[in-house]
Design a protein around this ligand. Structure first.
Ligand SMILES: [Zn+2]
Length: 69
């Protein structure tokens, strides 16, 4: 699976398409003006260079009272 970043040469519309395989000529069409003169900028696959939104923290969980005493 990959997301392709394309740009229309006719109207300059910047868009992305999501394909589950390789990018075909049929996929390369501007959704705005339906032109097929689009240029591929780059693509990004899932799992490469992904930055996780880490749930940091690690707060103290100290008991307020001692069970003994
Ligand atoms: Zn266009």
């Amino acid at each position: 699976m990959a997301i392709y970043d394309l740009k229309c040469d006719d109207c300059g519309h910047d868009f992305e398409i999501f394909v589950t395989g390789f990018l075909t000529e049929a996929d390369k069409q501007c959704p705005q003006c339906e032109s097929r003169k689009v240029s591929q900028k780059f693509y990004s696959s899932f799992g490469i260079g992904g930055s996780y939104s880490g749930s940091g923290g690690g707060g103290g969980c100290a008991p307020s009272g001692s069970p003994f005493g």
